[in-house]
Design a protein around this ligand. Structure first.
Ligand SMILES: Cc1cc2nc3c(=O)[nH]c(=O)nc-3n(C[C@H](O)[C@H](O)[C@H](O)COP(=O)(O)O)c2cc1C
Length: 305
């Protein structure tokens, strides 16, 4: 008998599949999909879109472009700001039957502490994910997550502000992702997410100008799966924290591989644009894949590679 239950530190998950921030808006999906999302939620936890201290309008359109095996996006962290998120969204997200992991980012290092403090007393929030891929004004627009010292500091500020389960979501756009994972661990993270999107660019074949309004963007989807799998493998061997793996996960076989590479939970992002409710389906298919391999639990599977 296969059991899919897994523990992400203090968070108990029904199965190991969650959604990736910014790719599935349950409040919008609830308006358009014929599904009872507030009773039968397909993912084992819900991670909303990243919010920042101030609302952000995001980057110039076009913001999305489909590539041969992935998706380029330059959304630019468009969001309503943390105050509106807390006032308008959190009370509605409270009725989801799964843990809610809020995602925050800062244009300044201190923002991570301030946003965490604002969420600290909210019962609806089970965990906080620090998205360190936001352009940082103190680093001339470079992502804070490229700098180990600032990543450690942002994590420590968040850690001091809240006792919530703290996840740091790492960017792959660095020379050595392990160094950044170690910085997050030193700062007091309870978990790391691996990986955010990979820097990329596309040209219009006729005009030969950049397709995206922002010129460059972040690549996601199947194209980045091998990059993500390696990152999960390296990070999970280097630090003693649970890892959430993501990057191109589309099938149950992908989930199986990310768990074997060392992830304790796996997030689905870009694949949700084709099938918006893949969590429960992938969990069912994962049971079959584990059964034929004689693997009874997620615990037995994690880190097999
Ligand atoms: C359109 C889009 C928007 C995204 N927005 C966010 C975001 O707000 N916060 C964040 O941490 N990651 C964001 N991501 C990154 C995803 O959460 C995920 O880390 C990445 O896309 C890799 O997973 P995937 O290949 O399954 O999409 C976004 C990705 C896409 C495609």
């Amino acid at each position: 008998m296969v059991t899919l239950e897994t523990k992400l530190g203090s968070l108990k998950l029904k199965h190991p599949i969650i959604n990736a921030s910014g790719t599935f808006d349950v409040l919008e999906a609830d308006k358009v999909l014929q599904a009872d999302l507030f009773n039968e939620f397909p993912f084992a936890a819900y991670v909303p879109k990243t919010v920042t201290m101030q609302p952000r309008t995001g980057n110039e359109p076009p913001r999305l472009y489909e590539t041969a095996a992935g998706l380029l996006n330059s959304i630019g962290l468009a969001n309503k700001g943390i105050e509106s998120f807390i006032a308008e969204d959190l009370p509605r997200l409270a009725s989801l039957p799964v843990p809610v992991i809020a995602s925050i980012a800062g244009e300044r290092t201190d923002d991570y502490g301030r946003c965490s403090e604002m969420l600290a007393g909210r019962e609806e929030v089970a965990g906080i994910e620090l998205n360190v891929s936001c352009p940082n004004v103190e680093l001339d627009g470079k992502a804070l997550g490229c700098d180990p010292g600032r990543t450690e500091r942002a994590t420590a500020l968040a850690q001091a502000a809240t006792s919530k389960f703290l996840i740091v979501k790492l960017t792959p756009n660095v020379t050595d992702i392990v160094e950044l994972a170690q910085a997050a661990a030193s700062g007091g993270a309870d978990c790391v997410s691996v990986i955010n999107t990979v820097h990329g660019m596309a040209l219009d074949p006729w005009t030969l100008k950049p397709v995206l309004g922002h010129t460059t963007g972040g690549l996601s989807g199947p194209a980045i799966k091998p990059v993500a799998l390696r990152a999960v493998y390296m990070v999970s061997h280097a630090i003693d924290l649970p890892v959430i793996g993501m990057g191109g996960v589309t099938t149950a076989q992908d989930v199986l591989e990310f768990l074997a590479a060392g992830a304790t939970a796996v997030a689905v992002g870009t694949a949700s644009f084709r099938d918006p409710l893949p969590g429960a389906r992938l969990a069912g298919e994962l049971v079959d894949l584990m059964e034929v391999r004689g693997i009874d639990s997620v615990k037995e599977l994690v880190g097999r590679a």
